[in-house]
Design a protein around this ligand. Structure first.
Ligand SMILES: Nc1ncnc2c1ncn2[C@@H]1O[C@H](COP(=O)(O)OP(=O)(O)OP(=O)(O)O)[C@@H](O)[C@H]1O
Ligand SMILES: [Mg+2]
Length: 433
């Protein structure tokens, strides 16, 4: 039997977590959804297919201390099982680690025989040992991601509730379609997860509404909130479910795990969805105008906030988000922003339509792109102000907490910079071809 048939016949769900845009929450979702599922008794394998090795370090596994890794599997025919390590803190969770060498694999694989099928061939002998296999893809659409799409039975796409969130999604949809037609007939985009939702920005609400309107059923009901603790957990080598089990980021990933398992959800009861009340009707959730006064006083209060207990800290964070969420006025959405987001989504829609027939001329497209860019730049300025304030706030909190903690571990990861993300979104993309 071919390896493709083995995986198609298996009851194991092999899920590629892909989005070629960088820093959108692929690894955070891989690690924390995997950990939440393992906590619920599922046997889960995470395959780290990104040379950055963030999933490996995020689980407390130093790729340098591992003898064999995914590079050896893809290029030296090392059996996949020889690389697999149990996650230190989560029973039932396992990792096939990456290494920096994997960066060269994209090039080294090019002349290789069966170059798109290396991963599926390595996975098929052991796939039945697991209930779930998650493949953390790099931010590119190169051969590593193609290997993941060929081995997977489904694709999960995290989409950031941020500006430019949908950039590149049309390209990803096209590639999945190409792989489905030529290499993996059972592949489908089964799940879209909205992540880094911040109820204080009206933009986040707009992205949620519009992604739901365009992608419908495959968009998860659960939305993952933007929570500082989620970004701190990897520096301690732990999933959020271990690092801060009661945090609403941990609860959100548990809720997501339930949704992925097909279990009934009670969103009214979920603290993770508090900013999205009322109820499941996320598409009509109140969108909050950022409150400048609240933001400024929050910065001033940061130091005293850090002195309170973890529970109080959480409550403050929730109150902060809930403040002002009582009313929503249609006028809160300015015409400029609404228009520009529609344009972005319109781009995705037309990408989808282009799969069937391409009618637009290159000239028309160029003009449309120029108009879109001008409108996007206008809105980006507004978002920048808010984001800069939040970044300063978050940085203060992270620094002070690291100093306070007994562990004393100074996070060694390069800190992300969403401000740069907003100004130069193209720089973060590995592959736009
Ligand atoms: N819900 C969240 N709240 C706060 N921070 C988050 C959240 N999700 C992810 N982050 C942070 O955002 C950054 C990017 O996330 P992540 O590394 O998961 O993205 P990625 O898509 O895997 O990136 P890359 O494309 O580089 O592999 C990280 O610093 C992460 O800790
Ligand atoms: Mg990643």
């Amino acid at each position: 039997m071919s390896s493709a048939q083995v995986i198609a016949d298996s009851s194991t769900r092999v899920i590629a977590i892909a989005n070629q845009k960088g820093g959108v929450g692929k690894t955070t979702t891989t690690v924390n959804l995997g950990a939440a599922l393992a906590e619920m008794g599922q046997r889960v394998l995470l395959i780290d297919l990104d040379p950055q090795a963030n999933a490996s370090t995020g689980l407390g596994i130093n790729p340098r201390s591992i003898e064999k890794n995914m590079y050896d599997v893809l290029l030296a025919d090392t059996p996949l099982e020889d690389t697999i390590e149990p996650a230190p803190d989560v029973e039932g969770l396992f990792l096939a680690p990456s290494s920096l060498d994997l960066a060269g694999a994209e090039i080294e694989l090019v002349p290789g025989f069966n170059r798109e099928r290396r991963l599926i061939d390595a996975l098929s002998p052991i796939v039945d040992d697991y209930d779930f296999v998650f493949i953390d893809c790099p931010p590119s659409l190169g051969l590593l991601t193609i290997n993941a799409l060929v081995a997977a039975t489904e694709v999960l796409v995290p989409i950031q509730c941020e500006y430019y969130a949908l950039e590149g999604v049309g390209q990803l949809v096209r590639n999945v379609e190409l792989v489905r037609k030529s290499l993996n007939p059972s592949l489908e985009i089964s799940t879209i997860v909205l992540v880094m939702y911040d109820a204080r920005t009206k933009l986040a609400g707009q992205v949620v509404d519009e992604v739901r309107a365009h992608f419908g059923e495959i968009v998860c009901k659960i939305v993952i909130p933007r929570v500082v603790r989620l970004s701190e957990a990897p520096s301690y080598g732990q999933p959020i479910t271990v690092f801060d089990p009661e945090n609403r980021g941990a609860q959100a990933y548990r809720d997501l795990a339930n949704e992925v398992l097909g279990n009934e959800l009670d969103l009214d009861e979920s603290p993770a969805q508090a900013p999205l009340q009322p109820g499941i009707g996320l598409a009509s959730s109140p969108v909050v105008e950022p409150d400048d006064t609240a933001q400024d006083s929050r910065v001033e209060e940061t130091v005293s906030e850090l002195e309170v207990s973890e529970e109080e800290d959480e409550a403050l964070e929730r109150d902060d988000v809930d403040a002002g969420s009582g009313s929503f006025d249609e006028d809160d959405i300015s015409d400029g922003e609404a228009q520009s987001n529609e344009d972005v989504l319109g781009g995705v829609k037309s990408d989808l339509e282009a799969l069937v027939a391409t009618t637009e001329t290159a000239e028309q497209r160029e003009t449309a792109e120029q108009e879109e860019t001008a409108e996007q730049e206008e809105t980006a300025d507004e978002v920048l102000d808010l984001r800069e304030r939040e970044e300063r706030d978050d940085e203060d909190r992270v620094t002070t907490e690291a100093e306070d903690t007994e562990l004393g571990a100074v996070p060694s990861m390069p800190s992300p910079n969403p401000v740069i993300d907003l100004i130069q979104p193209h720089d973060k993309q590995g592959d736009r071809s």
